[in-house]
Design a protein around this ligand. Structure first.
Ligand code: 1HA
Length: 276
């Protein structure tokens, strides 16, 4: 894959190739934990991937392995050294929880986002894989674990409640209440991983899955994603879906007539065809 760096960041890498964007955590020595700077960079990169019409699919992964001990990580959640009394503190001194904004960008992105998990997916990192559309995991190195209840920094949104819809209530409660390690195979059997891939083939396989998705009709992929989101997202889910309905309505003769009539200061003539 001929990845080309799009923009240099401190805490993440951002590359593109063949219509696929690849965003990856780049703090491997601390298992790719995120601090406010990381989430700001993620927001910037995801926004670009959202708006770039040449991009059809986004991979979210973690760089590695750690130069300290050779271990791999997707993301180990919030950087515990960046936690002050009111939450995670940025370099500017403000406390932020903007990883939830990153979750929303992934959730409402009109393209598929694939979590490519080469190692640890822990805490808020686990929640990120949950919110992605698909998850591919390294057979040898991926480990899924929820430590939120160990460190009192818990995701009471998608990370837990949506997870429960994915793996079932009993399993989700076990994952959060016991905080055990689960292998890629166990996560697959629970229904939160789409495929277990040999580590050496993980990146190429993710790229192939992205290409397969991108061979489909973009509008279908977008509307199917939003349709599957809708029932869990309440009025916001409807709002996202509705935006697309309006976009389609703009393309009709009726919409043209409505606009033209206003601009020409006359009554609109909608031709009164009530299509069944
Ligand atoms: O859920 C949320 C949120 C929800 C809603 C709204 C906002 C949220 C914000 C954040 C979060 C969270 O993510 S809470 C959960 C935070 N994360 C954790 O509790 C995981 C902490 N890490 C671990 O449990 C383990 O490190 C590990 C299972 C990921 C890996 O274990 P391993 O392979 O034995 O490595 P370990 O030696 O523990 O770690 C390697 C180095 O990375 C250590 O540093 P060193 O001793 O080499 O100096 C370790 O301290 C560092 N490290 C690992 N994870 C973090 C970390 N440093 C800071 N923050 C971390 N999360």
């Amino acid at each position: 894959i001929n990845w080309k760096t799009v923009k240099e960041y401190e805490d993440i890498t951002y590359k593109k190739a063949g219509g696929v964007a690849r965003i990856a955590f780049n703090r491997p020595e601390i298992r790719n934990a995120f601090r406010p700077k990381t989430t700001s960079e993620l927001l910037d990169a995801f926004q670009d991937a959202h708006e770039d019409t040449s991009i059809g699919c986004v991979l979210l992964s973690g760089e590695g392995p750690s130069t300290k001990d050779g271990k791999w990580a997707f993301c180990s959640g919030g950087d515990q050294t960046a936690r002050g009394h009111q939450g995670y503190v940025g370099e500017d001194g403000y406390h932020r929880l903007n990883i939830l904004e990153v979750q929303r960008l992934i959730r409402f992105m009109p393209k598929a986002v694939i979590a490519v998990v080469p190692g640890w997916a822990v805490g808020g990192g686990h929640s990120l894989h949950v919110v992605c559309d698909l998850t591919l995991a390294s057979k040898e190195h991926a480990i899924f674990k929820q430590t939120d209840a160990d460190v009192t920094s818990f995701d009471a949104g998608y990370g837990s409640a949506y997870l429960a819809k994915m793996v079932g209530q009993k399993r989700a409660r076990e994952i959060f209440f016991l905080g055990r390690n689960y292998s890629a195979q166990e996560a697959y059997e629970m229904g939160m991983v789409n495929a277990v891939i040999p580590h050496a083939e993980l990146e190429d396989t993710a790229y192939e899955w992205a290409q397969e998705i991108m061979a489909k009709s973009p509008t279908s992929i977008k509307m199917l994603k939003f349709a599957m989101n809708l029932t869990d997202d309440g009025m916001v889910g409807q709002q996202v879906f509705a935006g697309e309905v309006t976009r389609l309505a703009y393309m009709t003769e009726e919409a043209k007539e409505g606009r033209d009539a206003f601009l020409e200061k006359r009554k609109p003539n909608f031709d009164k065809k009530w299509i069944p």
